[in-house]
Design a protein. Structure first.
Length: 201
C-alpha cells in the first residue's frame, strides 16, 4: 500500500471493521495483579498443532480475572499424541510455567479447568508406562482439582491454542502472490452482405 504512486481506496466496510476492532481493544479488561490471598485457576486447551492456557483468579465480585496468558507450539512428535495426551500436556505445560504461583500457598487448591472430560478421571490411570501416568505424577506436586468446562466456555485457551494456525494462514496469504487477472477475449465474426441493385432497362 505504501509503494510510490499506489493509493489505497478504503471502503465503508473497512471503516466499520477498524472501528469495531478499536472499540474492543479500548474496552478489553487489562491483566490483573496477583492476589496472594486467593487461589489460582489454570484454564488450558489444545488443538492439533499447539496448546494455550490462562492463569486466573477470582476477584472480589466472584468474577474471573486474567493474570497471564500462555501458548506453546507442539513439536512434530507431540502432534502425533492422542487427543487426551495433547489435552493433558496442555495442563502440564501450563502448570510448569506458573509453578511458583501454584506452589506459593498450600492453603488454596489449584483449580485446573479443561474441556476434555476424560482428564477429570486422570488420577485413575493405572498404566505406569503411559505418558498420562507420568504426567499425573508430575501434577501430584500441586494441591489441585480438575474440573470439566464446556468448550463454549473455554474460548480463551482455545483461541490461544490456534494462534499458530492463524499465523500460518496469514503468512501464506502474504507470501502467495495473487493470481494474475485473466481477460476473456471474444472474437466476433463479421459478415458482410452485398446486395446487387436491380438493373434498369
Amino acid at each position: 500500500m505504501r509503494a510510490p504512486g499506489r493509493t489505497f481506496g478504503g471502503m465503508p466496510v473497512h471503516d466499520t471493521a477498524f472501528n469495531a476492532r478499536e472499540g474492543r481493544l479500548a474496552t478489553t479488561a487489562p491483566l490483573a495483579a496477583t492476589n496472594w490471598k486467593a487461589g489460582f485457576e489454570v484454564h488450558a486447551d489444545a488443538s492439533d498443532t499447539a496448546c494455550g492456557g490462562a492463569l486466573l483468579q477470582r476477584g472480589p465480585d466472584g468474577l474471573p480475572v486474567v493474570l497471564e496468558f500462555f501458548s506453546h507450539k507442539f513439536t512434530p512428535q507431540q502432534r502425533r499424541y492422542t487427543v487426551s495426551e495433547r489435552e493433558a500436556l496442555a495442563l502440564v505445560l501450563a502448570c510448569k510455567r506458573w509453578r511458583p504461583f501454584l506452589l506459593a500457598d498450600s492453603r488454596f487448591k489449584v483449580l485446573l479447568k479443561t474441556d476434555h472430560r476424560g482428564l477429570v478421571y486422570l488420577a485413575r490411570c493405572s498404566d505406569v508406562n503411559s505418558r498420562l501416568w507420568r504426567w499425573m505424577n508430575e501434577l501430584s506436586q500441586y494441591n489441585y482439582d480438575i474440573e470439566y468446562i464446556r468448550g463454549t466456555d473455554n474460548k480463551l485457551p482455545d483461541a490461544l491454542s490456534r494462534l499458530t494456525l492463524l499465523v500460518r494462514a496469514t503468512a501464506d496469504m502474504i507470501q502467495t502472490p495473487p493470481a494474475p487477472l485473466t481477460t476473456s477475449t471474444a472474437t466476433y465474426a463479421t459478415t458482410t452482405t452485398t446486395t446487387q441493385a436491380p438493373l434498369l432497362h
